[in-house]
Structure formats: C-alpha cells, structure tokens
Design a protein around this ligand. Structure first.
Ligand code: M6R
Length: 617
C-alpha cells in the first residue's frame, strides 16, 4: 500500500516521478503528490486527493519549475482520510524538508506528544502518522546538518512498518531512504539513480537494480549509492537485473491491465514450469538446498491471504495426494496470532504475488523464529518475503498490475504443483509413470487454458445480462471448492456484488436456505471422465438447487451431457485430470467478474478501497 518513488539525476524529476507513480498507482490511489527542488533551489510540493490523473491534470495546467531531485507518492489511506492535507509529501524543518512514507508508524501519537512538549510551536497540518516523522527528521537535520544521520536517528524511535524517503532544500541531488518491513529498491542509471517501492517505479529507465535489506538506510546522489544499517555500519546491497522490461508493465492495447493479465494465464503457467522439468522429472533447483529436510518433514503449513490463500487450498489437495505429507492451509493473519505448533520438522510455505503482504511477511518471520523451515512462492524478484525465507520458488507470471490477482493465481498453483511433485520425487511417494503422466499433462495445460479464453465473448454477454444481480453464489466440491471461493472473491472485489463460495457438500447443512427463484449460482462441475470424479454428486447438487428455482451457471467439461438438462448456461472447459481442472475452471470466473464490473462502469484495475500490495496489517 502506497507507492514511493525517488529520483536524483540529470533529467526532469517531474516526468520521472509521474511516470514512476503511474506504474505504482496499483499500490494505492487515494491521493498522489510530489516534491521537487526547482532550479532556484526552492522546494516545491504539489499534492492532491484522488487518483494520480487529477495531479497530472493540475501539473499540466500549472507546471512546476522542474529540477533533477524529487520524491513522489501515491497513497492508500490509513491514518486520516483521502484529503489534500493528508496526501504526501509532508514537510518538516519549516517547509525545507519533504518526506513520504509507506506503512504505519504505530507510536506516532506518543511521538507527536513528546515532540509538542519539546517544541510547542510545531504546526501539524494533517491527521497522518507520517507528519510527525517529517518534523522529527527536520529537527534532527537542523541539529546535525547530516540528512542520512538525521533519518537514522529518527528511525530508531519509530515502531511499526515503514519505508521513508526524504529530501531537503539544502541538498540538491540527494534523496535518503529507510526501510523496515516495507519494500524499497534502488534503480541504477547513468548519472542518475532511483528509489522505488518496487522496480516498476523506474523500469522505464533501468533494469539494473539493488535490493535494500531490512533496517537499512540508503543515500542516493546522481553518481553514488551508499547503504548502511540502522546502527550505521556499511552494507553491500545485493544487485539484480530485472527480468522483464517496461513493455511488460504496459496495457499493450488492452482496455485494462486485468484484461491483459487474464489472457497471460497460459504464459504464467508455461513460464513457471520453465527449467523445472528435467528429463521428464520435476526438479526445482531452488528447493534442492532443502532436499534433506524435505525428505523428512512431518507437516506442511501453507500460508497466504486472499487469492494466494485459495491457491494454497489447491496446493493442499495436490501435495497430500502426491507426496503424502499432511498439509494445512491457513490465512497468514490468523496463523500468526494463534500460537501454532511449529518445529524444525514443519515446512511453512508462504504464497504471495507481491512478496510484500505484511500479514504473510510477519507470519514467515514468526515461523522462522519458532524453528520451522520456510519456503516462499513469490512473483516479485527480491521481495521481502522471498528474502526472509530459507528458499524461494519464483513464479514467472510477469508483473501483475491490476489489483485483482489472475495470472498470478495460475502461476502460484503451478508452483505448488511443482512443489508437490518435487516432494513426491524426494520422498519416493509417486510411481515414476504416474509422475510422468502428471508432468506431461501439466505441460499441456497452457494450450488448454488458451482454448478456454475463447469463451470470452459469451462470458461478456452473460455478464451483461446479469448487471442487476444483487447476490451470486458459487458451488464447488473437492478442488472445485477453492475455485468457488476465488470466483466469489473476484465478484465482490470487482463488481461490488454480494457473492459467496460454498463447498457443494455443505449445501444441505445450511446454505441451501439462500436459494430462492432466480438466484444465480455458478457451479464448478468435475469432469465425468476424470478418475475419482465427484461428477455425479455435483450433478445431484445442481438438481437440488434447480428444484428450488436457482439459475444454474455451470462450468463443465465440453460435452458433459448430464449437466445440460439442468443448467441455464454451460461454460465449457476441456478435459483435464481432477487436480488440473481448477486451472481451467477459474478463468471463466475471472472473466465474468471483470466483464460484470466493466458493464457496471466500474474501474476493474483499481476497485474501490483496495490496493495491490497490502503492506500494513
Ligand atoms: O501479493 P499477495 O499475493 O500476497 O496478495 C494477497 C492478496 O492481497 C491478494 O491475492 C488479493 O486477495 C487480491 N486482490 C485478490 O484478487
């Protein structure tokens, strides 16, 4: 939540900052603001409530005198509503210092009280937790004349999670940043350097990046990058090259990022498999360091939030079936606070597209402290969760910009299947021919998924008929159940319609009371031809709801004759082994939620109240 960008160099900082904020806007879009040092050495600030476009229009109408030093921020409101006054940057040192922040300063009220006791004339102009940090750094700089030291002194007093960037009127060509439990990366240019919440902030300018570790402070000038820890010791940051380029983070002619990303599902699966199937066997090189432990672990706990947690539910089915290890799936925020039983025979696998979700990060840290081994499944190079884990299996979905997670879900499920097959090989729990069949089918899934995307037009039509729906239910059984949950999440998130996913077997234990004439119900129907199929049971569930007047929207295997008489609409998917059906069945539901939201005139990339990376608890 909140996107941060910093720039020092030889170009136009307004242009660099606005370009960076545009790419970071998925992180928060309640307000946006920039501060630049103009050519006369004056600190100029512009900020506005609402989406970045409002600030851009204002800057077009009344341009700023530009200079090559600046910081920019796009906000997801925590303390104080989305107003102009609460927008960042905030000022310290009598308006000579500008500061932006991502995270939450938990002890801001005590700090503010102490500050006012010492400097009663301090004027606060916002309701944010951030402004106190701006005043504190301003005061510390006034005392020492050293901005890096001033920031270092202040971060020692802050509790919570934060990335802070500061610049000062006296220091053209200098931006200083600090991070604790919140992301910050460096972009290295020629005669210019960048800071950003993630590499998207500067990908237009450079793919050469450096990760900043936990509790570190970075000072950039156009030609230097210096990193120290909170104790002042020098640190050598880890360099990496960003795997994708600016075009991957563009809409590329699509109406929305989400529309583009849904269609990238097949590539997300294929790229996540790449290099991990060797001679017909699954070998995940990143996991090999842990192979001895993987052979003897007694239990796996999969943690994540939202869509990532639903991918974990699918991982449970696959890993238990193939590797015969007990697997639990838990929401990261519940896991950490319930005193779970963990030891060195427990493998905790975190799943996160951003790799920055605070609830998941804290759960990983908790698991490590309790002695568990940790693996992260992550889509963002150099992300904090990846760095905090014993091993990381990167998903290669490419940048996901739309707030709603789609192709990352496909990549996460694929990575979990790879983990299951890797574990099965290490533990010798799956016959070689069975493993080979699964791997061959998994490798063929991108093609099948591409054929599911051909139903887009008919799904759009269905969505247009349903713009008045007030509630939509989703039913699934076995691996169809997580798909029902994910389908419902997307509809809530994008179309603001009440939606719930149920395990179809649970219907008679309560939810069937919700069915009344006309109630739309999506049903994920297993293939009648797949092994151990629960097809007949789900068809019975369809009959039960149909008998009570439900409008049945079935996602079923192409040509499933048993469903046709009872369904109002059938969205066909190709035949797949039970375990792989969900990767095909979810896409119609992603498309449906997107199209229904579009038909209602809603912004599918930036749904209300949400942000892409949830970096606060
Ligand atoms: O970055 P993460 O994968 O950790 O994010 C987890 C959830 O916040 C995320 O999947 C969220 O539920 C999506 N917006 C759902 O579409």
């Amino acid at each position: 939540m909140c996107g941060i960008v910093g720039y020092v160099g030889n170009g136009s900082s307004v242009e660099v900052l606005l370009g960076g904020l545009k790419r970071l806007e998925y992180r928060g879009y309640d307000s946006a603001g920039i501060a630049v040092l103009d050519p006369r050495g004056e600190l100029a600030v512009r900020k506005h409530a609402g989406k970045l476009g409002i600030l851009v229009d204002e800057l077009d109408a009344v341009p700023l005198s530009d200079g090559p030093t600046g910081i920019g921020h796009t906000r997801w409101a925590t303390h104080g509503g989305p107003t102009d006054a609460n927008a960042h940057p905030h000022l310290g040192d009598d308006g000579r210092l500008a500061l932006i922040h991502n995270g939450i300063i938990e002890n801001f009220a005590e700090l503010r009280e102490a500050l006012l006791a010492e400097h009663p004339d301090t004027v606060f102009t916002s309701e944010t937790d951030t402004e106190v940090a701006a005043h504190l750094v301003g005061n510390a700089y006034r005392a020492s004349g050293d901005l890096t030291e001033a920031l270092r002194e202040v971060v020692q007093t802050l509790h919570g999670a934060f990335t802070l960037l500061v610049m000062h009127k006296d220091l053209p060509g200098v931006v200083v940043g600090a991070r604790r439990n919140s992301p910050l990366v460096i972009g290295l240019g020629e005669g210019e350097n960048f800071l950003g919440s993630d590499v998207a902030a500067f990908i237009e300018h450079t793919r050469n990046a450096m990760a900043i570790g936990q509790d570190q402070i970075v000072t950039i000038t156009p030609d230097t990058v210096t990193v120290i820890d909170f104790d002042g010791n020098p640190v050598a940051p880890e360099a990496f090259t960003v795997e994708w380029d600016a075009s991957a983070a563009d809409k590329g002619g699509w109406s929305s990022f989400m529309a583009k990303e849904v269609t990238e599902g097949p590539d997300a699966i294929a790229n996540t498999l790449l290099g991990r199937v060797v001679d017909g066997e699954v070998r995940v090189p990143e996991l090999e360091v842990l192979d001895d432990e993987l052979a003897t672990i007694e239990r796996i706990v999969l943690i994540g939030c939202g869509t990532a947690a639903y991918s974990g539910l699918l991982g449970k089915y696959a890993i238990e079936r193939w590797a015969r290890v007990p697997v639990e799936v838990e929401l990261s925020h519940e896991f950490r606070y319930r005193d779970p039983v963990l030891n060195d025979r427990t493998l905790v696998v975190s799943i996160s597209q951003s790799g920055e979700t605070m609830d998941t990060l804290m759960a990983v840290k908790y698991a490590t402290a309790e002695g568990a081994r940790t693996v992260s499944i992550c889509n963002t190079q150099g992300a904090t969760i990846a760095r905090e884990s014993d091993a990381v299996v990167y998903t290669h979905a490419g940048p996901e910009i739309a707030v709603a997670s789609t192709k990352a879900f496909h990549a996460q499920v694929t990575a979990l299947y790879l983990l299951g097959l890797h574990l099965a090989r290490v533990r010798g729990t799956l016959a070689a021919d069975e493993a080979a069949e699964l791997i061959a089918e998994l490798s063929g899934l991108p093609e099948k998924l591409a054929s599911v995307l051909e139903a887009h037009d008919s799904i759009r039509e269905l969505a247009h008929w349903m713009t008045d729906a007030r509630s939509v239910l989703f039913l699934g059984r076995h691996v169809g159940y997580p798909i029902a949950l994910e389908g419902a999440l997307k509809l809530k998130e994008l179309a603001y319609i009440h939606a719930e996913g149920f395990a179809a077997g649970e219907l008679k234990h309560g939810p069937i009371a919700l069915i009344e004439p006309g109630q739309p119900v999506f049903v994920i129907v297993p293939s009648p031809r797949a092994e151990d199929s629960l097809h007949a049971k789900v068809v019975s569930n369809i009959q039960e709801i149909r008998a009570r007047g439900a409008r049945v929207l079935a996602i079923a295997e192409q040509g499933d004759a048993a469903v046709l008489p009872y369904a109002d609409v059938v969205i066909p998917i190709p035949l797949a082994t039970t375990m792989f059906e969900p990767l095909l069945a979810i896409t119609p539901l992603h498309l449906f939620a997107m199209e229904l939201a579009s038909a209602k005139g809603l912004d599918v990339d930036q749904p209300r109240n949400l942000a892409k990376s949830v970096t606060v608890e």
